[in-house]
Design a protein around this ligand. Structure first.
Ligand code: HGY
Ligand code: MN
Ligand code: MN
Length: 414
């Protein structure tokens, strides 16, 4: 086993900095929504870097990019690594990106070390990890895992009513979604490097997290229909104000999530759309985007059921029509003991003490784990901040984690 390896922090830092300039927000904020021009430029930049590293590249119909370092035994299942480069509005520069560019750096330093993989090592850039465009996250990895089939993907629409096929074709992809699922034995293992996006590693003062489980996300879209009308002439007793029902429900989401008895239950109303949205017009429609998670499926589902019930109760009391749509309701994932052990050995070799921990954020690994033995390596996040421009991990923290990833991949590809 390789006993020492060094990340080229300067090279990786320059690439992270360059990718951060490919944004539709004012730097340092990063906005890079899938199938946008910024997304297309980021893809081209990534593919160019992979070509320079001698990797063979392919892209599937929905935009997952596969960059392969061919091993000596092409018949054996490859080892996968990677993450995403799409970013929600006003995000930071590390979420997903350190798993893509850090994965490339891990491959390059293994190449420079003269390592020769028996199993091919394949770096993925997943399409659409963030839910921004179509309301559902991990569309690319759901497709690879067979969780979403062609029909389901074609049913999705963005806010302008564009379908996934048109959006994909707009940036030059085939838009063919009928054969995206990977064969069961395509990867022998999958390891994703990602920032923790939480405060734990910093709190306990450890440099690396090894993920043992990934929390189960669910999201709902709830719409209340009111009557609207003129803000000056409709008297209070005659109103049917949809926003007030939405406000009650948002407070209930918070209350229900706090009351499950589990510290792992989180509930957020991240979106609230009011129609017509004029200061002097009573809201006639209010749509809420609600995100509920827990590491335990039963607890998560209890919270979701409580929110749905409360929504119906509010609608009945206010005599408003309501629609409740479940956008996604996913199972949690358990990481593979064999890969966790490989990551622990890599930490030992590098004299780094890891923390075994749960991921409260979801990731593409949640869906890769449906088909392949999977694990994640976490990088500490300053103040636990993420999905904000001040998201930060130090060059040293990133370099150490890239080295852990490199030695983990080397063990698995031998
Ligand atoms: O929302 C999440 O957990 C991920 O960052 N998209
Ligand atoms: Mn994210
Ligand atoms: Mn992410």
């Amino acid at each position: 086993m390789i006993t020492a390896i060094n990340c080229n922090g300067e090279r990786l830092g320059a690439e992270l900095a360059h990718l951060a300039t490919i944004t539709e927000a004012t730097p340092p904020a990063v906005t890079r929504v899938v199938f946008s021009d910024a997304d297309l430029r980021a893809r081209n930049y990534f593919k160019d870097l992979c070509r320079k590293a001698g990797l063979s590249i392919r892209e599937d119909g929905i935009g997952n990019i596969f960059a392969r370092w061919q091993g000596s035994d092409p018949e054996s299942a490859a080892i996968g690594t990677g993450s995403h480069t799409d970013a929600i509005p006003n995000a930071g520069l590390y979420d997903g990106v350190v798993g893509v560019l850090g994965g490339l750096e891990a491959i390059r330093i293994l190449q420079e070390k003269g390592f020769k993989p028996r199993r091919s090592i394949e770096l993925l850039m997943f399409a659409t990890e963030e839910p921004t465009r179509f309301g559902v996250g991990c569309l690319g990895s759901r497709a690879l895992a067979g969780t979403y089939n062609e029909e389901k993907i074609l049913s999705l629409r963005d806010e302008e009513g564009n379908g996934a096929r048109d959006c994909a074709k707009r940036i030059g992809l085939s838009g063919e979604f009928n054969a995206l699922m990977l064969p069961e034995n395509y990867y022998g293992a999958f390891v994703e490097l990602h920032i923790e996006q939480g405060p734990l590693l910093e709190k306990v003062g450890l440099p690396i997290g090894i993920v043992t489980a990934i929390a189960a996300p669910a999201s709902l879209r709830v719409t209340f229909e009111g009557e609207g009308g003129h803000a000056g002439t409709v008297l209070m007793p005659d109103r049917k104000d949809a926003l007030l029902a939405g406000a009650e429900l948002a407070l209930a989401v918070d209350e229900i999530s706090r009351a499950t008895g589990s510290a792992d239950t989180v509930g957020t109303t991240g979106m609230l759309q009011v129609f017509p949205g004029a200061i002097n017009s009573i809201p006639s429609r209010c749509t809420l985007g609600i995100d509920i998670r827990d590491t335990q499926l039963e607890t998560r589902d209890l919270a979701v059921a409580g929110v749905k019930l409360t929504a119906q109760e509010i609608a009945a009391r206010r005599n408003l029509p309501i629609t409740i749509e479940t956008i996604n309701s996913d199972l949690p994932a358990t990481c593979d003991a064999r890969i966790i052990a490989a990551a622990e050995r890599a930490c030992e070799t590098l004299k780094l003490k890891p923390l075994k921990m749960v991921s409260r954020a979801y990731h593409d690994s949640l869906f890769m784990a449906r088909l392949f033995p999977t694990c994640m390596i976490f990088i500490p996040s300053r103040g636990g901040v993420s999905h904000r421009p001040d998201e930060y991990s130090s060059p040293e923290q990133i370099a150490r984690s890239v080295e852990v990833l490199a030695l983990t991949l080397a063990q698995l590809a031998e």
